[in-house]
Design a protein around this ligand. Structure first.
Ligand SMILES: CC(C)(COP(=O)(O)OP(=O)(O)OC[C@H]1O[C@@H](n2cnc3c(N)ncnc32)[C@H](O)[C@@H]1OP(=O)(O)O)[C@@H](O)C(=O)NCCC(=O)NCCS
Length: 142
């Protein structure tokens, strides 16, 4: 089935509505930043929230860090919705003259790793002091 989907910056009202429907999201979305929504008619079916910051390393450049990306409606996953939101944030990052777009995903999250791989992000697994791998930082150089 084909859906008429819109990917765009979300409004404050849409953000508040999402937080009311899914209270846990307040742990990953803050004020400001870049809030992108995937909408089918009046329904937010997916969202991304990212923020701009100085890269926490001595390079004097900015990055856009994606704190969360989710396709809420599981029946709509694996159809490129998240990839479209990533394309949208990459465009914004270019306009913002950021050096890179980055995110972190837990090591057990196969769909997320596949998503970053498909969108040409580098995958940098993070090794903990005990030798275990906790997750991967993923980066896209603009
Ligand atoms: C991760 C997530 C955002 C991906 O959204 P999506 O719209 O399905 O992503 P896309 O369709 O653009 O791409 C996903 C890719 O991963 C693949 N994939 C998804 N689940 C998979 C699985 N279990 N095993 C192998 N590949 C998988 C898809 O097939 C697709 O690749 P393909 O097009 O080459 O086949 C979605 O699964 C989700 O919302 N997960 C819960 C929240 C989350 O974990 N977010 C990321 C952490 S911040």
């Amino acid at each position: 089935m084909q859906y008429d989907m819109t990917i765009r910056l979300g409004t404050d009202a849409e953000k508040q509505e999402l937080l009311a429907d899914y209270p846990n999201i307040k742990n990953v979305i803050r004020d400001g930043g870049y809030f992108i929504v995937a909408k089918i008619e009046d329904t937010v079916v997916g969202y991304l929230w990212a923020f701009k910051r100085k890269i926490p390393a001595p390079v004097e450049q900015d990055e856009i860090f994606i704190n969360i990306i989710e396709v809420i409606y599981t029946n709509l996953r694996c159809q490129g919705v998240a990839s479209k939101m990533i394309s949208a944030i990459i465009e914004i990052a270019k306009e913002e003259k950021a050096y890179q777009v980055r995110a972190y995903c837990d090591i057990g999250n196969v769909p997320s790793h596949r998503l970053w791989l498909k969108n040409k992000f580098s995958i940098s697994p993070v090794k903990m002091p005990d030798g275990s791998i906790s997750g991967s930082f993923v980066s896209y150089l603009l």
